[in-house]
Write a protein that binds this ligand. Sequence first.
Ligand code: SAM
Length: 304
Amino acid sequence: MAGTLDEDKVKNWFQTQTREVAAPADPAALEVLLARRSDPSVAERAVRSGALAADGIPLPPQELIDWVGGGDAHVFQTVGLLNFWQLVVYARLQSDQRVLEPGCGCGRNARYLAPFLSRERGGYEGFDLHRPSIDWASDHVSRRYPNVRFGFADIRNTNYNPNGSLFDADYLFPYESGTFDVVFLPSVFTHLTRPGFEHYVREIARVLVPGGRLLSWHFLLDDVTRERVRAGASALPLEEFDEVSWAMERDNPCAAIAFEDAFVLETLASSGLQPQFVAHGTWSGRVPDGLVDAQDRILAVRTD
Ligand SMILES: C[S@@+](CC[C@H](N)C(=O)[O-])C[C@H]1O[C@@H](n2cnc3c(N)ncnc32)[C@H](O)[C@@H]1O
């Protein structure tokens, strides 16, 4: 059944999203949140590492903040901090490990990872299709942290780069196989259609070490979320796009796209990435507002 596209809901969507993830971006408040998690010892190490201060990295210009979802400086910092925190708590990131972030934007998350990672043994690579974001991050983060690096690729995307010269479904990640301990993608698989998603999963499995972890963000369709979208009860209005996905805008599916959860879990598993858990976000209204993330998250481990 195709849903009806509600213009006001579309306009309100990103505002709603930022409200839902809003949590205090100050270390003391975050520490309280962290203390409630199952393994506070790991989280506390991250807090104490000083990573919360982003170690003097300046804020990017507003247009680069807008590129990764908008909001003011407070929202920008809060989201980056919470993404970093989830990486430490859920994916068990250690400071001597190597991290990849496809779709890294201007380094909203990298600014918190940089002071956390060991300069000698840890490292971060990010790539994105937006050259101004990559240039800014290289100038302001890599210059200070040479083990945190950013790369540009002119990948086509209906929403972000409609005239790009490279197809996402063909793009070979420019890293050797088995390079990374952790790969993470906050709010990136929610902007790729099926062929790009399937190809990126294969590339991620290739560049992860055995035992490496993938933490990815999604809009997942199941009986509950499909029904809520049909009833207009979801903050994200969607209509059927293809046999495995529903999109917010049919002509621009990469604006926001949701996939059947069984398809996502099967795609991961068939590439050797065994899903460990799904944490539902607030986007469909199935869990109450005030939890940390609007999007659903999956942790998967490369098993060989
Ligand atoms: C909502 S933003 C999230 C950015 C970043 N992950 C964060 O959490 O701050 C989505 C990002 O994905 C990038 N992007 C979209 N399609 C991509 C693709 N196929 N490959 C790499 N980056 C992509 C966009 O340019 C944008 O920077």
